[in-house]
Design a protein around this ligand. Structure first.
Ligand code: ARG
Ligand code: ZN
Length: 884
């Protein structure tokens, strides 16, 4: 691997504790227009056994040291060395506590990386995970250095009447010259990445929550001026999250206050700072006029996720960044369980599996592959990935499946009991489940170490004489870019034997080979095993890998007739959905391998009929029926093809399938799309959202079949909520791109919502993802639009990000114009916000899977990017690894 100047590789095996123990942190931040003065007092002590001459070495990032003193005495220059990235202090007391006082002056106004302390629309806020705290003060900026913090904030009262930090507020008052201050005290030991400060002229929504043990917690959601009413749903989701964590995991909140702040310029979704969560305002602010049902679900999930971190992340944090999945995978698992309980479990599971396959599978099968617990990194910010988050959650879900609900809960309880206050490791976590269940999880732990998606192959044989059904399971794993092992893993395979009336059959089972049976789960531990089911009256349908019980690629030799039967009968609704989804995905993939313009229909009539029957089945939840109608995306088909992908052909195939389905089901789609929401008062609950999802899916098929935008235009005009309005607009902007109906709706949308950046993002994104070659010119125009700015990550993501990841046709335009445009923008974005640039650049990782002409152009684009002088560590890392 090529190394940049500051690009040393950090390795898990190099871990060792710090030489000095941190006892406490006392900070004062004096906020002024143009600069902020930071005074930090660290209470330190040399760790036992550390040599007396060992210096103290602190992290910094673009810092300038203004003063340094120990126990009240200014240090002579010979005793320390300060660069923007490091402060080394020598000749420190051999024993006992000493106080190191540091002053730095920083410029939040000029901080465009949005890491550390920065200003967004006049509001001061912080983002410290993973390594942002070192941009505020020199510090042992690593997650295993825990301490209580006391923070004093001073600012001009008119500019920043609200002053927030972690913990509980303990003091506030007036200062001369129209300034004031507030002091916050966080009694819980925490690592620096959970530090937060917010100051500004904010509105707030206040409420309270009474915990099981009867403590009243005051809750606040802070917003830009005038937007507090739009925080009502976030507040509601917060209270439901707090109640759920008590109910489900016995976890109570621990401080007197819990605050959430919505910020317009934010690099990520949100951040779980202790007692002061900071959010991208996209995940807080909404109402029915500006937000879709998907946005509502997103707010609910992210609010829950960050709240749940209070126990899984904050009370128990990570020893080092290699353990990131310890908090992220576990917390995603918890937020998924929450959504399953609050909404419709099957639909939630389908959504999670879709996301896993769309984002994690390609990562796991390409050059950016890494294990759930990586072994090394050059830039940790590039490891907040689908593998750490989503596969990390799948690994936790497998532990729950292997142990069963009761033992899983016992293991979680033990984890909280044993490790409260610790900076823990994956080994610590796994050990709790071993202790709770008596199971040996050492082989299971390979899930954390071995990268790649295992393949699970399933074959069946029915023996009519003996009335026996034999199922053979085989697993394999090939080594990929991460170069990790390929030992067999522990695969929990949930299954059922489905009879002709859609009932789950019981059968005596015999296992041979390396597997065991636990209730309805086959636990495959070796490369292969055979399970024989006896005493069956006739051949059952095998429903396997129910609920996607392991994150694998399934190769199940099963006839089309059997799969169609399961798509109709399977009592496990997830598998009922998957039976058809797999059939469709395979048919589309096969068709996409044929040349462009091939007129053969991609989907057989029987499959189309099955899909339509599912969509029309009133016994099923509308949300489920909407999922059934959602075809695999173009990038899903491209991923399944694996090589020689022609995105134009993929688009042609997927679109033709939509037209075929739409035409055959036209009468039904007309009926289902008719009443979108016209008569119903808006409610964001899952059931209502499901009805809207079904109606909007139906509208899309209807317009695909008729080629007529009128129905979409009518819904756009009549819509009484954003879900229906945007649903219609998406059809117009994509299917009828460039036509008058589309242009005038887009213009209308812009005028209507011009004042709201969150809604404007939807307008930008829809145009950036229109599947036409001219979208390259469109995004060029959008990037020059007065409302476009590289300073706002949401805006960048909705133009650059959606184009690169969500527009297969235009991004991959054969002349390479899409690649060139993205690369050029990334190069300038990198100088402003490297983290966002690196994230968007990951779309290039799939370059090897395309047909030769595009592959060559992608390769060339990556090469040119890699050779740009002064590229950030973030972007350089992604580009270099993608080329491997
Ligand atoms: N911990 C935050 C979350 O839950 C995300 C922080 C992302 N940080 C980063 N450097 N990308 O989910
Ligand atoms: Zn998280």
């Amino acid at each position: 691997m090529q190394r940049t100047e500051d690009g040393q590789i950090v390795k898990l095996t190099d871990y060792r504790p710090t030489d000095f123990v941190l006892r406490g942190v006392d900070m004062t931040l004096k906020l002024f227009e143009g600069h902020t003065d930071v005074v930090t007092i660290l209470s330190l002590e040399r760790r036992e056994g550390v040599p007396a001459d060992a210096p103290l070495s602190l992290d910094g990032d673009e810092l300038i040291l203004a003063s340094i003193a120990i126990d009240g005495e200014t240090l002579a220059p010979a005793r320390y060395e300060a660069t923007p990235e490091r402060l080394v202090v020598r000749q420190l007391p051999e024993t006992g506590n000493f106080e190191l006082r540091l002053e730095t002056r920083i410029a939040p106004e000029e901080n465009t990386k949005l890491m550390g302390l920065y200003r967004s629309n006049g509001i001061w806020c912080t983002q410290c995970e993973a390594e942002g705290f070192r941009r505020i003060t020199y510090f042992p900026d690593r997650p295993d250095v825990l301490a209580p913090y006391r923070v004093r904030i001073e600012a001009e009262k008119a500019v920043a009447p609200v002053l927030l930090s972690n913990g509980n507020p303990i003091e506030s008052g007036e200062l001369p010259e129209g300034r004031h201050y507030a002091v916050w005290d966080d009694p819980f030991n925490k690592p620096s990445y959970l530090f937060a400060v917010v100051a500004g002229d904010l509105d707030a929504l206040h409420d309270s929550f009474v915990t099981t043990s009867g403590r009243t917690v005051s809750l606040g959601v802070y917003t830009e001026k005038g937007r507090a009413p739009q925080a009502a749903y976030a507040m509601d989701a917060l209270k439901r999250s707090m109640a759920w964590d008590e109910r489900r995991f016995g976890r109570e909140y621990d401080l007197d206050v819990f605050n959430v702040v919505a910020i317009a310029d934010f690099n990520m979704g949100a951040m779980e700072n202790k007692g002061l969560n900071v959010f991208n305002h996209k995940y807080v602010l909404l109402d029915q006029d500006i937000a879709t049902d998907t946005d509502y679900a997103g707010v609910e999930t992210v609010i829950a996720h960050e709240y749940f971190h209070n126990w899984t992340g904050n009370r128990i944090t990570c020893r080092d960044w290699f353990q990131l999945c310890l908090k992220e995978g576990l917390t995603v698992y918890r937020d998924q369980e929450f959504s399953a309980d609050e909404r419709e479990p099957t639909v939630q599971r389908i959504a999670s599996v879709r996301r896993l396959k769309a984002h994690q599978f390609p990562e796991d099968q390409g050059p950016l592959q890494h294990p759930v617990r990586p072994g090394e990194y050059r830039e940790i910010n590039n490891f907040y990935t689908a593998t750490v988050y989503d596969k990390g959650a799948e690994v936790v879900r497998m532990i729950a499946t292997l142990l069963g609900a009761a033992d899983f809960r016992k293991g979680m309880d033990l984890y909280f009991e044993r490790h409260d206050g610790d900076a823990a490791t994956i080994e610590d976590f796994v050990a709790c489940f071993e202790a709770a269940s008596g199971l040996d999880l050492s082989q299971f732990a390979l899930w954390y170490a071995q990268a790649g998606t295992p393949t699970l192959s399933v074959t069946e044989r029915w023996d009519p004489e003996e009335r026996r059904h034999t199922v053979k399971l085989r697993q394999s794993l090939t080594q990929g870019a991460a170069g990790t092992g390929t030992e067999p893993m522990v695969l929990p395979v949930r299954f059922g034997l489905v009879g002709g009336n859609g009932e789950d059959r019981q059968a005596a089972a015999e296992v041979s080979g390396e597997a065991r049976l636990k209730d309805d789960v086959i636990v495959l531990t070796g490369r292969e095993a055979t399970i024989t089911f006896g005493g069956l009256s006739d051949r059952p349908y095998l429903s396997v890998l129910r609920d996607f019980s392991a994150p694998v690629m399934l190769e199940h030799e099963q006839s089309e007739a059997e799969r169609l039967a399961l798509g109709r009968l399977d009592p496990n609704l997830f598998n009922r959905w998957r039976a058809l989804d797999d059939l469709i995905a395979e048919a589309l993939t096969t068709a996409a391998r044929r040349p462009l313009g091939d007129g053969e229909p991609a989907l057989k009539a029987a499959i189309v009929d099955a899909l339509l029957a599912s969509a029309d089945d009133e016994d099923l939840a509308p949300a489920f029926r909407a999922q059934a109608l959602t075809l695999p995306g173009e990038s899903d088909v491209a991923r399944q093809m694996r090589e020689n992908v022609d995105p134009d052909r993929v688009h042609e195939v997927v679109d033709a399938a939509r037209v075929t389905i739409g035409a055959k089901g036209l009468a039904m789609f007309e009926r289902l799309s008719a009443g979108a929401s016209a008569t119903e008062a808006f409610s964001p609950d899952a059931e209502s959202a499901g009805r809207r999802a079904l109606a909007n899916a139906a509208l899309a098929y209807r317009c695909a079949a008729t080629g007529d935008p009128d129905a979409a235009v009518a819904q756009y005009r009549a819509a009484s909520n954003m879900t229906d309005r945007l649903g219609a607009l998406a059809i117009l902007a994509h299917r009828f791109a460039g036509e008058a109906a589309s242009e005038s709706a887009l213009d209308d949308f812009f005028r209507r919502y011009e004042r709201d950046d969150l809604v404007l993002d939807k307008w930008f994104a829809l145009q950036a993802t229109a599947p036409t070659y001219t979208a390259v010119e469109t995004v060029e125009r959008l990037a020059n639009h007065p409302r476009f700015t590289m300073r706002n990550p949401n805006r960048v993501r909705t133009v650059l990000g959606s184009f690169a990841a969500g527009n297969q046709v235009a991004f991959h335009r054969p002349d390479g114009a899409g690649y060139r445009w993205v690369a050029e923008k990334l190069a300038s974005l990198d100088r402003i916000n490297p983290q966002i640039a690196a994230r968007i650049a990951t779309t290039f990782r799939a370059w090897r899977s395309f047909e030769p002409a595009r592959r060559a152009k992608l390769d060339e684009t990556l090469r040119q990017l890699s050779e740009i002088k002064g590229l950030s560590k973030d972007l350089q890392d992604i580009v270099d690894r993608s080329r491997k």
